[in-house]
Design a protein around this ligand. Structure first.
Ligand code: ACO
Length: 337
């Protein structure tokens, strides 16, 4: 039977380290507030004045993943790029990344599922592999948030949580009778919650996509979030989807060696662990150092955990899960081959 196994992982962040203390110099916030509410201590942002898009960070992460897999870019037969902050409105960052990798005909697909983007990407790669449409797929999650944030006090609730970064994985189809690779996926979306986390402008639904006479700092150009609503939804939906994906795979919670929740807020992941009665040591968190890197957060965390040798042995079983804008949520169970 065809199975989708991960052959290599990589991550990248820009060079500019931004601490909570740095943010206090541009808006009314404090290190204490940010740490207590979110767990975040620092994040990386694109250096001021530099032109770097999601595909540039994605390229760096992809090169590392390709190296670890022992693949050349030419070996890829599909690229999936998850981002909410594409380099430009169109074409998609997947096309731009393929070009930067020196490819000129490899198919490339963008996924706009925000914090769940990597889960949708991995599940899509698995489906392409199992259907025979592809056998060596690059899945990338990459974000440049920092150039689109409201860095005044008005935007502080959202701005302090977001960081820039990229994560990538090389996924290969293999023939095996073992229950390894992507063993189950569950994906969900509920657009009725779209306005609880969104960037409203520019908007193609308007007669004028960028309404005239609006100031460049109109709040609708920046992300807005009903933080409490999203928080509550996450704390409810993450346990639900965990149960759903475990049932699908016929596994129990104790069969999972490490949990990789999306890094949106340390308190969400702690509440999830307490509710599910999962030992803290089994929930991987790195939001303290990177902030919320949206589609990049899960592959970045996974790459770091492999580097730290916390996971990676044959039959180690991990659960990727997340909830974010859309609203979208999901879980993917993966077992090392
Ligand atoms: N610094 C200081 N004070 C602040 C800040 C800040 N950065 N931000 C907000 N405040 C103030 C508010 O103005 C408010 O003040 P008030 O009581 O005088 O009115 C007070 O702090 C409390 O604000 P809340 O918004 O109620 O704070 P909350 O505890 O809800 O924390 C947070 C906000 C961190 C955003 C939280 O709601 C959260 O993490 N929500 C979930 C986020 C999430 O999971 N997003 C999904 C992923 S992202 C994606 O998909 C793109």
């Amino acid at each position: 039977m065809k199975r989708s196994v991960i052959r290599g992982t990589g991550r990248a962040v820009p060079s500019r380290l931004v601490t909570n203390e740095d943010l206090t110099k541009i808006m009314d916030t404090s290190d204490e507030w940010i740490r207590q509410r979110t767990g975040i201590e620092q994040r990386y942002w694109i250096p001021e004045g530099e032109e770097l898009g999601a595909s540039d960070l994605g390229l760096e992460a992809s090169k590392k993943a390709l190296d670890l897999a022992g693949w050349q870019a030419e070996d890829l037969d599909f690229i999936i790029f998850a981002t909410l902050s594409p380099d430009i409105m169109f074409p998609g960052s997947g096309c731009l990344l393929a070009d930067k990798l020196g490819l000129n005909s490899t198919p490339a697909l963008d996924i706009r599922q925000q914090c769940t983007g990597f889960l949708y990407g991995l599940a899509t790669a698995d489906a392409y592999i199992k259907s025979g449409l592809a056998s060596k797929v690059l899945v990338v999650g990459a974000e440049v948030h920092s150039t689109g944030l409201d860095k005044s006090t008005r935007g502080r609730d959202v701005t302090v949580i977001f960081g820039d970064g990229a994560g990538a994985v090389c996924v290969e189809g293999i023939e095996t009778d073992e229950n390894v690779g992507v063993i189950a996926s569950c994906l969900h979306a509920d657009g009725s919650g779209a306005d609880s986390l969104m960037v409203e402008l520019p908007a193609s639904r308007l007669p004028d996509r960028m309404p005239k006479d609006l100031p460049a700092d109109d709040p609708r150009y920046f992300p807005s979030m009903d933080g409490k609503k999203v928080f509550k939804k996450a704390v409810r939906k993450l346990p639900e989807v965990t149960k759903e994906v475990l049932e699908k795979a016929d596994l129990a919670i104790d069969d999972v060696d490490m949990f990789f929740p999306h890094q949106a807020n340390l308190r969400i992941n702690q509440a999830y662990g307490q509710f599910m009665k999962i030992d803290e040591s089994k929930i991987f968190n790195n939001i303290q150092r990177y902030g919320n890197t949206t589609a990049a957060s899960i592959p970045m965390a996974f790459d770091e955990a492999i580097e730290q040798k916390l996971v990676g042995k044959k039959n180690d079983t991990v659960l990727f899960l997340g909830l974010g804008a859309g609203l979208t949520w999901g879980g993917v169970l993966y077992r090392f081959a």
